[in-house]
Write a protein that binds this ligand. Structure first.
Ligand SMILES: *[C@@H]1O[C@H](CO)[C@@H](O)[C@H](O)[C@H]1NC(C)=O
Ligand SMILES: *[C@@H]1O[C@H](CO)[C@@H](O)[C@H](O)[C@H]1NC(C)=O
Ligand SMILES: *[C@@H]1O[C@H](CO)[C@@H](O)[C@H](O)[C@H]1NC(C)=O
Ligand SMILES: *[C@@H]1O[C@H](CO)[C@@H](O)[C@H](O)[C@H]1NC(C)=O
Ligand SMILES: *[C@@H]1O[C@H](CO)[C@@H](O)[C@H](O)[C@H]1NC(C)=O
Length: 448
């Protein structure tokens, strides 16, 4: 062996020894794992293991609720989170007292898959219910090209038994299809408040809303026709939400009053899902209920309102809007909106309820929100849980929620309420559009 060759040999031996030492020191980063593919056991490391998959073996679930095998948990939807580096966020429903390690198997179109341990980020708002909204975060390399992901409760799993979800928001596209989208969390029971639903939808449209996303567990038969109409028209996106097939959802937020596994039919889950669903579709997202109208009082529509607000408050990403109650038990006196056409339409006629409850001493009016979805990480119902940017409580005289419902201050007489006829400003167009929608839904027969 020549002198030079000898030096090289020694160098390589030293390098080899050093590598072994280094790798063994880092070993705790790479906990060993095994995956089965088509019945074959596959061993690897948690971080950088690439697996080739046959496309026939990976049916992708299009369901909105997917049980995580061998656990009590559920996966809902998966999104690339462009605000974080190399992260897939899987909106999930986690049984809070049964936390356990979860794993991600994420794949791209070439069916190269990677296996990694997930981070579980339980949302702080769960109202004490056993199950809560959560993010399951899959962090790893090359997540940008991922097309589908499965969450597993076992670090040894049979790939054929995993349910893959499609990964959405793959392109960070800021040319929005819509300026204003409303996320309505849940329809359930035999909700059949057709007239208020129609009036509210038509009001939203006049205010400049281009998209309404609604999560449907169940609804009444007349409302069903209306939903089909709006879906056909293109404004309404109906997301199936069969939560009652998996859990016993509560019909409220107070667990002592409304027992169940999960707060209000999973409202916290659907609101978060909706924000991610709309992140690159809509400039702003409104989070409110179907019986609530976020109403500008100084501007003709939401576009003018938000232009003004955003100009004044450049760094605000969460706008809080105060809720105000218009009791359905108080009617305006003239009776001019008791139209014959609406006599047989079930539900509340919001045009007749123009009396607003006053603020109460020591009671904070709850808020709903207009948000920039790209700044929100996690939301609750009345406030955001995690976001970037500032929060602004919009003054009541600029914008407030018209919420026609059972009174909160039922003992007040009409004289003790404020007259607030803002919806009447839209009277002409609103009535014509409501009639049209009812006709097209088959709920209002022609006069002839
Ligand atoms: C659940 O666990 C069993 C036994 O450990 C295993 O055979 C099965 O593949 C697991 N199911 C899933 C969906 O991973
Ligand atoms: C971005 O969105 C716009 C409008 O929806 C669409 O026309 C365009 O093709 C999209 N661009 C990419 C790169 O997806
Ligand atoms: C959104 O608003 C911008 C101006 O603010 C307007 O140019 C655009 O047409 C609007 N988009 C839709 C879908 O209405
Ligand atoms: C709403 O969900 C119920 C229950 O799954 C279903 O029967 C109904 O067709 C759904 N309605 C719409 C409009 O999707
Ligand atoms: C929930 O309901 C119970 C029973 O009516 C009541 O005692 C409790 O104060 C309520 N909780 C809250 C936070 O309002």
């Amino acid at each position: 062996m020549g002198k030079a060759k000898m030096k090289l040999f020694i160098f390589l031996v030293v390098l080899g020894v050093l590598s072994v030492i280094l790798i063994s020191k880092q070993k705790h980063y790479f906990a060993a794992t095994e995956v089965y593919i088509a019945g074959n056991r596959y061993e690897g490391t948690l971080s950088a293991r690439t697996i080739s998959l046959d496309s026939h073996n990976t049916p992708i679930s299009m369901k909105s609720i997917t049980p995580i095998g061998n656990s009590s948990h559920f996966a809902v939807s998966a999104f690339i989170d462009h605000r974080l580096e190399n992260t897939i966020r899987v909106i999930s429903i986690i049984k809070r007292n049964s936390l356990q390690p979860l794993y991600c198997l994420y794949c791209n179109n070439d069916h190269a898959c990677k296996f990694t341990e997930a981070k579980i980020d339980l949302h702080t708002d769960h109202f004490g219910f056993p199950f809560g909204a959560s993010d399951v975060l899959c962090e790893g390399i090359h997540t940008q090209t991922v097309t589908h992901v499965a969450i597993s409760a076992d670090h040894i799993s049979d790939i054929n038994k995993l349910n893959f979800l499609p990964v959405k928001n793959r392109v960070n596209n800021e040319t929005f299809k819509y300026n204003f989208t409303i996320c309505i969390s849940n329809l359930f029971g035999d909700y059949n408040n057709v007239l208020q639903f129609t009036q509210t939808m038509e009001m939203y449209k006049l205010l400049g809303v281009q998209r309404v996303v609604i999560y449907n567990t169940s609804c009444g038969s007349d409302l069903q026709k209306l939903l089909h109409h709006y879906e056909k028209e293109g404004i309404l996106e109906i997301v199936p939400w069969p939560i009652d097939q998996f859990l016993n959802p509560s019909a409220g937020w107070n667990i002592t009053l409304h027992k169940g596994d999960l707060h209000y039919y999973g409202q916290l889950v659907t609101l978060n899902e909706c924000i991610y669903r709309q992140m690159y579709q809509s400039k702003y997202v409104l989070l409110n209920d179907i019986d609530e109208i976020i109403m500008p009082y100084k501007h003709a529509n939401l576009a003018f309102l938000m232009e003004a607000l955003q100009q004044e408050h450049k760094h605000v990403t969460v706008f809080l809007i105060e809720n105000h109650i218009f009791p359905k038990t108080q009617f305006e006196e003239s009776g001019k909106f008791q139209r014959a056409e609406w006599k047989n339409i079930p539900g509340i006629n919001i045009m007749e309820h123009i009396h607003r409850e006053p603020d109460r001493k020591n009671v904070y009016n709850p808020t709903k929100m207009i948000i920039n979805p790209r700044n929100i990480m996690q939301t609750s119902v009345h406030t955001s849980l995690k976001h970037t940017g500032q929060v602004y409580r919009v003054p009541f005289n600029v914008c407030r929620i018209i919420h026609v419902r059972t009174p909160l201050q039922g003992s007040l007489t009409k004289e003790q309420l404020f007259v607030d006829t803002r919806v009447w400003d839209f009277e002409q167009e609103l009535i014509a559009n409501v009639d049209r929608a009812l006709h097209l839904s088959g709920l209002l027969k022609s006069q002839e």
